[in-house]
Design a protein around this ligand. Sequence first.
Ligand code: ADP
Ligand code: XUL
Length: 523
Amino acid sequence: MAFYVGFDSSTQSLTATVIEAGDGERRVILDATIVFDDALPGYRTRHGVVTSDGRTVTAPPGMWAEALDLMMGQLRDAGLDLRRIRAISGAAQQHGSVYLTAAAAPILSDLNPQLALARQLDGAFSRAMSPVWLDCSTGVECRALTDAVGGDAALARLSGSRAYERFTAAQIRKFAVGDAPAYAQTARIHLVSSFMASLLCGADAPVEPGDASGMNLMNLETHEWAPAALAATAPDLLRRLPPIRPSWTIAGVLSPYWQHRYGFPPARIVSWSGDNPSSLVGLGLIAEGQLGISLGTSDTVFAPRTAPSTDPHGAGHVFGSPAGGYMALTCFANGSLARERIRARYGLDWPAFSSHLSATPPGNGGGLLVPWFVPEITPGISRPGPHRYALGPEDAAANVRAVVEGQALSMRLFSTWFAPEVGAIRATGGAAANREILQVLADVFDAPVVRIAPRNAAALGAALRAFHADRLAAGESVPWPEVVAGFTDPAPDGEIRPRPAAVAVYAGVLPRYAQAIAALLNG
Ligand code: ADP
Ligand code: XUL
């Protein structure tokens, strides 16, 4: 049977998930991760990024390329029968952008298999560092875009979101205005996703509607670049953007570099998507009704939607779904980074963090924490600072509970616009390994939380998308429920049920937490 590879090029790491799929057995056969800070220390990232002035957050695109090269070597060495790989796709952190010179296209199409990939990319980048989703340095650019397009509501109707600092339009504008000569040298602006796909095909890959809707540049309904948004962003932008093609587009085949360097076959390369849209597929959320929560570097809450209706309060997004239709999403910057701040402050490892959660009561005896350790996306807070209420900073256990409760309450509060009632939650991301954290989510949302067996839903979603697109290209349209069947079923020990007494406590805490946030926003 055929193998399909899915990558997840996320903030802190690159994961590859290989599945076997077809008519018979369906299983995950390999799952490998390269952590950027550990494997590639020469790039001097911390948690995969470089933060300069607290607001400008970037990453070196050469690091992502080098990680891909390392990972392809690991797949070769894993003892897989590479010849059975039929198609490859991927997911990447959303919104980040990669700026290529005119020299990039010939470099990518003519890579020397004797030499490492990253060494050959000199001259390919017109912007050395790529802005990533944690960046919040583009307030001025967001205002200019909003004014030009006719206000927050008009931009949200057009593109699925009001202007956001991390979205690609504002980042492109900052570069075009701040470094016009380098912008003039830019022949192509890729998303991280389409950049990675281009490395695999050795040619320019398209973007797809799921990830393109994180740019503030695409008309969400027609899936075309929106002329008004392009004009308000930067001069002569259209020719610098890749075409938008359906998510199941075959972007090309694996280039000779990978074939000769590692012995891969000319597998089909399917358009890469964003990590959240890909997680939607990897969690099996292909029909309305269930909620997904990803506890990665960011925390995100999302759900599939048939209509593109946006958040009336402007705090969330609507993206295209790579399975067709739409998805609603709310994103929090203070996810794992905030949990790790608390963990580091009290010198805890994850088991000790979990023990503190188990030893403290739901509601935390009234102690609350609004966990804005870094500038927050939802709600938009540019001046960070955690805010404690009836909570002493010296009590490690109470602070552990408070950070997790504050995050779960925020997730509940800011997802009611698309999920007023929650039937069940499917969880993924590094922190979904932590049962005690998931228990707090189950109690706050009053809904069971299930995990699926594969660890990384974004990479699994990419492998499933590769399978779907490969079959489609061969003339067989496999319905999505069949694509995900057998891969996204709840893990045997996976379900965490809400506890009625805790649910009642949180029903009382939620309005208090909402008031605290409202006061901070007004103050
Ligand atoms: P991303 O895909 O955004 O790079 P991941 O989904 O891989 O991030 O999650 C990485 C994070 O998971 C780490 O930064 C760490 O904080 C968190 N993590 C890992 N194990 C645990 C655990 N047992 N409990 C809580 N958090 C954990
Ligand atoms: C979503 C977002 C983050 C990144 C993280 O809008 O900004 O979840 O995709 O990888």
